[in-house]
Structure formats: C-alpha cells, structure tokens
Design a protein around this ligand. Structure first.
Ligand SMILES: [Mg+2]
Length: 397
C-alpha cells in the first residue's frame, strides 16, 4: 500500500513586527508604519500599507522616509515580539508537537498524525491566532516543505493556500526559478543566462545544461523543480511548560457543584507548584470525560496572568457549563494551566506593585503565606472555608 501523503503546513506571520505594533496600538492600524532604526538604521518590518507605498525591507530608514513621507517609524521592541511568537507557536502546539520553528515568525509543522483534513486544522489554528493574538498569518498546506513554503509566501498577506497531493509539480511549473531552494540572485542569473527562467524550463533542461549553471546541485534542483522534497519536519520546540492534573472519580459524578469543587482543589494544588516555580499563568483549560470515554474540553484566559487560584475560580463555573453539555455523569475531570510566563510579564504591564488590600501583590503574599503554613504544619493547618462546609455537610448526611 502506498504511504499516505504527508500533511505539512508552513506558517509565516505577515509583516510580523509591524503587525504586533498595530495590535498593541490600534491607532496605528491601516497606516504606513515600519519597525526599525529611527533615523540612520534600516527598516526591519513594514506594514502592508507602507509596502503599497514602496517601502521595502531591508531599506535604509532615510530612503524609506523619502519614498513615503507619512511613514511612522517605530523602534523595535524585541522582547515583545518574542512573546507574541512564543504564544503563536504555543497555539500550534495544541494541535501537534512536531513543529520546526525557522525564525521568530515562521515555521513548519507536521499534521500527518491527524485524521482531519489539513485545511480544517490549519483553519482552526488560523482562527485562534486571529482571535487571541489578532495577528495576520499566511498558511501554505501540502505534502512537503518546498511547496508549502512557496504556497504561504505566494499570495501574502493572509494567504491560505493548499497544494493538493499530486499537484506539486503543476503548482511550481509556472513560477520563476528564484522560488526554488538554493537559487539566490547569483544562481538565478546563471540560470536566466541559459534561458532557464521558470521552473518548467529547469524540469525540461538536460542535466548537462543544468550543471553549467549549478554544478553538482543539478540533480537536487531538478527534484525540487518536480515538486519532490522528502525533507522531514524536525521538531525544534520543547513542550511548552504547562501545569496539569486530572482525577478519575471513584464514582461518576453528576453534581456540577461537586465537580466544580474538585476542579478548584486541583487548581489550588497546581498553583502551589506555580508559585514555587516563581511563575504566572494566564490560561485555564478544563477537560471532562464521560463514562463512554468521550471527552470535551474548553479554555478561558485571564486578562492578566496570575499565580493566585481564586483569580481563576470565576472562570471555572462558566467553563464547566460550556464543556459539560451532555446529560451524562462525568468519569474524569482535569485542569491544565498554560500560557506560563515569568514575573517580568506582569511587572511590565502593571505600573507598580501595590501593597493595597486586594491588589495582586497582597493576594500573592497571602497565598505564599498559606503555602508556607502547609509546608511546615501540614495540609490541615489552614483550609478554605468551602472544604470545612463540605465536611460538615457530609457529617450531617
Ligand atoms: Mg513573516
């Protein structure tokens, strides 16, 4: 039986740095902006509005300003772009661990292990990147790296281009030789001189002719021209850190309050670890399993990351209602906390750490004090009132 075609996706954010700036400052949307050196530097990233007016990357800023006098130049904030990149790849990681990140805003991922059509999964990823990060991203989908990379770049911005299995050669056929791997400006000119302007010229050329332009690379180049590329997607990303716990109940539970309570207890325990690691988290995911093993899950995120369990409590009830829709009891429930970030992500957003009651600082101090008590005097030293109420109820019935 022939091997099933691979399902490879190439993702490339559009005008990444400029798009992040437009996300963070909506007054920049729809405007010609560029990120780079303000005066003597170069343009690193230009919005599509700026590109339409002739701004290119890399281009000296002075030249860009002459071509486009209304250009708004913004100095780069690389830590911030790194954070957006991390979150973008973390979204992909929910669908496959096989991700090869090539640059801050570009990478391949392999969905061959998934049953769903490639467009369906890539579409779901695109929608999540759009709604959570508001970033425009281009996707190329197909059976190998070569065609997917070209497909994502050919119709930018917001390309969503599938090259169906078997049509790789046809897809490449009319393109310029510059699209093929290993063909830069110099090699491109050498091919042009021999009349090999297009991919189909290369495909039809004799090996001797091709060797005159590219030497020993001729054979490989012809393979690429035929749309053949076996290069694997090599994972470069470790599992993004997340904290999770799940419980299989000794008896299936049908009382929503009881399930919510269990989720809160798991959340509490996870938060102790998160505080011990000095981390903050933003997203909570709950997963439930029915007796027939069928599962459902859903996520919600806080506006600001936190390391205090009670900040997540208000999200649990609504999430549970959204996820537990079947009129069946639950066999298992689990909580995962993701979107982990260091304290610096909080400090940057809050103007200062306030000691006022109810402030993030005071809530963290309270939670840490409780952690210490538990550590030194055991779990019973101090308990949430809800647990005591529950014990009392139990005793009564
Ligand atoms: Mg890009």
């Amino acid at each position: 039986m022939p091997e099933a075609p691979r399902k490879i996706v190439h993702l490339d954010a559009d005008a990444f740095f400029a798009s992040v700036e437009q996300v963070l400052d909506p007054s920049l949307r729809g405007k010609a902006i560029a990120v780079g050196g303000l005066d003597r530097g170069i343009v690193c990233s230009a919005s599509y509005e700026a590109r339409r007016l002739g701004v290119r990357t890399p281009m000296p800023t002075a030249l860009a300003r002459r071509i486009c006098p209304e250009l708004i130049m913004i100095p780069g904030r690389h830590g911030l772009y790194g954070e957006f990149s991390r979150r973008m790849f973390e979204i992909i990681h929910d669908y496959t661990p096989e991700i090869e990140q090539c640059s801050i805003d570009e990478g391949y991922f392999d969905l061959s292990g998934r049953k769903e059509p490639i467009e369906e999964i890539a579409g779901a990823i695109r929608d999540r990147i759009r709604t959570t990060l508001q970033l425009p991203v281009s996707f190329g989908m197909g059976t190998n790296k070569l065609v997917t990379q070209i497909a994502s770049k050919l119709h930018k911005p917001e390309s969503f281009c599938v090259v169906p299995p078997g049509s790789e050669a046809m897809f490449l056929y009319p393109l310029s030789n510059r699209w093929l791997p290993g063909v830069g400006e110099k090699t491109g000119q050498a091919l042009d001189l021999l009349g090999l302007f297009k991919v189909y010229h290369i495909l039809q050329a004799s090996t001797e002719l091709l060797e005159r332009a590219v030497g020993s690379y001729a054979r490989e180049l012809r393979q690429y021209a035929a749309g053949i590329d076996d290069r694997p997607v090599v994972s470069t990303i470790d599992e993004p850190k997340s904290y999770g716990q799940q419980r299989t109940f000794s008896n299936d539970l049908s009382d929503a309050d009881e399930v919510e309570l269990r989720l809160k207890q798991m959340l509490d325990q996870l938060m102790v670890k998160i505080r011990a690691d000095g981390k903050f988290v933003k997203t909570v995911t709950i997963r439930v399993r029915y007796p027939g093993m069928e599962e459902a899950q859903g996520s919600e995120s806080l506006h600001e990351a936190s390391c205090v369990a009670s900040d997540f409590y208000p999200l649990l009830k609504a999430l549970l209602a959204r996820v537990w829709v079947k009129p069946l009891p639950l066999r298992m429930a689990g909580v995962k906390l993701s979107n982990v970030c260091p304290p610096s992500c909080i400090e940057k957003k809050l103007p200062f750490f306030s000691e006022a009651p109810g402030s993030m600082e005071s809530r963290i101090r309270l939670a840490t004090a409780v952690d210490l008590l538990h550590q030194n005097m055991g779990d019973e030293a101090i308990r949430p009132a809800r647990d005591l109420l529950r014990k009392k109820e139990k005793r009564e019935d």
